[in-house]
Design a protein around this ligand. Structure first.
Ligand SMILES: [Zn+2]
Length: 216
């Protein structure tokens, strides 16, 4: 049985990158961990884009209006796909190539802008201890996608593009995205305990096999 979305390790270093990692793209059958609106709600609470009180409120509204829940999930999947395409176009692989397609990324930016403008139209300026803040998510039915649009905008505008990395697929990694927050910028694997060690063990076996005299 596949893991529940809340069991996925949060390796992204940013909720928007963890969002991209909720869709397993490798292999023959992609698996979407955001399988339904309830999985989306639990995940949103876990990564902290909504509070407990907001999760209760959204749960009630989505429970009463299944079409609103479906629309919320569809909007989040749309943002996830768009962000994935845009980030891939910004990542330089260790061999100097890029994993992304600039044309697909351009189209994805249009989608992301549409999603974000919807979220911005529903946002409010609030006075918060003598500072003005833009509060996203004032409409409960769209609160989750609006907060995700906010997170996607944040990662695109503020994350250092030279620190956004992809667990190296060509070297046996899983393709998850993460922000490299190591001091010297040398993090290569999403999780050393998983991808890093699996690949190292495989290389060791291959080396041993290659070192064995042929015919033995
Ligand atoms: Zn990995």
């Amino acid at each position: 049985m596949p893991l529940d979305v809340c069991q996925l390790p949060l390796v992204g270093g940013h909720p928007a990158l963890d969002l991209v990692n909720t869709l397993e793209r490798g292999g023959e059958s992609p698996h979407d961990f955001l399988s339904d609106s309830s999985a989306l709600l639990r995940w949103s609470l876990q990564v902290g884009v909504i509070s407990d009180g907001e999760a209760d409120q959204v749960g009630r509204v989505w429970g009463d209006e299944p079409s609103a829940a479906q629309a919320g999930l569809a909007a989040v999947r749309d943002i996830r796909e768009g962000l994935h395409l845009v980030l891939l176009a910004t990542i330089t692989d260790p061999d100097g190539g890029t994993a992304g397609d600039p044309i697909a990324a351009g189209a994805a930016l249009v989608t992301l802008h549409q999603r974000w403008s919807g979220a911005a139209a529903r946002a409010r300026f609030v006075l918060d201890s003598s500072r003005v803040r833009l509060a996203y998510g004032t409409v409960p039915a769209m609160l989750v996608p609006d907060r995700i649009a906010e997170a996607a905008l944040d990662v695109m505008l503020t994350a250092d593009p030279t620190r956004v990395r992809r667990c190296p697929v060509r070297e046996g990694g899983c393709g998850w995205l993460f922000l490299d927050q190591s001091r010297n910028g040398s993090r290569r694997w999403c999780r050393m305990a998983d991808c890093g060690n699996v690949v190292k063990a495989r290389r060791l076996t291959e080396r041993r096999r290659a070192a064995r005299p042929s015919g033995s």
